[in-house]
Write a protein that binds this ligand. Structure first.
Ligand code: PGA
Length: 271
């Protein structure tokens, strides 16, 4: 039988929104709204801008919420003006490093080979690498989704050892589904792609290790669709932008998704 993850994974990337004081306001509300959650059942994380990481860490250190960085350099130090080193993130106490968000791939031209180095560096420093993958609208129209996803995984994770893969997270975010002009994927479509991603992970790392790697869906997740995505067998969590930036709304999504996750786990136990 397929191995099932024991927790639901839910987080938000606030992109280039939220100043220090916005993050402080957001996280003070979020920590207080979510303090009664059973953190044995949920892995909650937030990924604010670099300038707010320190503030964020101070606020969430009283909670079980994990902290992520939106990007990271592929070297520890050097002549890389404007880059942020893993050592800087370590000092703040960051847990997760996001690599290859679609905006970095498509606006900042980050390649799979650069992301391979970033993922490897993040893993070497014992951060949880969160590798984001997803096809563009054109790749979808030309039926190249499966090839694109396999390529992004095979190159991005190429330098990861099996042991390091135990501490890896993947976010599947179809580019056409993200942001203001995005259309959310249907649950069935997302489920099919999550199945494919898991097959590639099994081929790369074996069944046991692949079974430990959560695959999260992202792209126009909101209060209406969150629980339906989580009801799908291969969707282990959600990676949310706009709908999560209001703490009260995010809290509603978290609770609805957690209920859906518990129902799914119950059904799977009975079957
Ligand atoms: P969205 O963003 O939820 O606002 O579509 C998702 C993302 O960019 O990760």
């Amino acid at each position: 039988m397929e191995k099932k993850l024991k927790k639901l994974y839910i987080g938000t990337n606030t992109k280039m929104y939220q100043t220090n004081s916005d993050v402080s306001h957001f996280l003070n509300s979020l920590t207080s709204l979510t303090k009664d959650l059973d953190f044995g059942k949920i892995e909650l994380f937030v990924i604010p801008p670099f300038t707010a990481l320190d503030t964020a860490k101070q606020i969430i250190s009283r909670s079980s919420i994990k902290l992520g960085a939106q990007n990271m350099a592929w070297e520890d130090s050097g002549q890389f003006t404007g880059e942020i080193s893993p050592l800087m993130l370590k000092e703040i106490g960051v847990d997760i490093v996001m690599c290859g968000h679609s905006e970095r791939r498509h606006i900042l031209n980050e390649s799979d080979f650069l992301l391979e180095k970033k993922v490897a560096k993040a893993a070497a420093h014992r951060f949880t690498p969160l590798l984001c993958i997803g096809e563009t609208r054109i790749e979808k129209d030309y039926s190249l989704c499966n090839e694109t996803l396999a390529e992004q995984l095979k190159i991005g994770l190429h330098s990861l050892s099996e042991e390091q893969a135990n501490n890896l997270w993947i976010a599947y975010e179809p580019v056409w589904a993200i942001g203001q002009d995005g259309i959310p994927a249907s649950c069935e479509y997302a489920e099919e792609k999550h199945g494919l991603i898991k097959d590639v992970l099994i081929r790369m790392f074996g069944k046991e290790i692949a079974g430990n790697i959560p695959v999260l869906y992202g792209g126009s997740v909101n209060q209406e669709n969150a629980q339906d995505f989580i009801g799908m067998p291969h969707i282990d969590g959600l990676f949310i932008g706009r709908s999560a930036w209001d703490a009260a709304r995010f809290n509603q999504i978290i609770r609805a998704s957690l209920q859906s996750f518990l129902n799914k786990a119950h059904k799977e136990e009975l079957s």
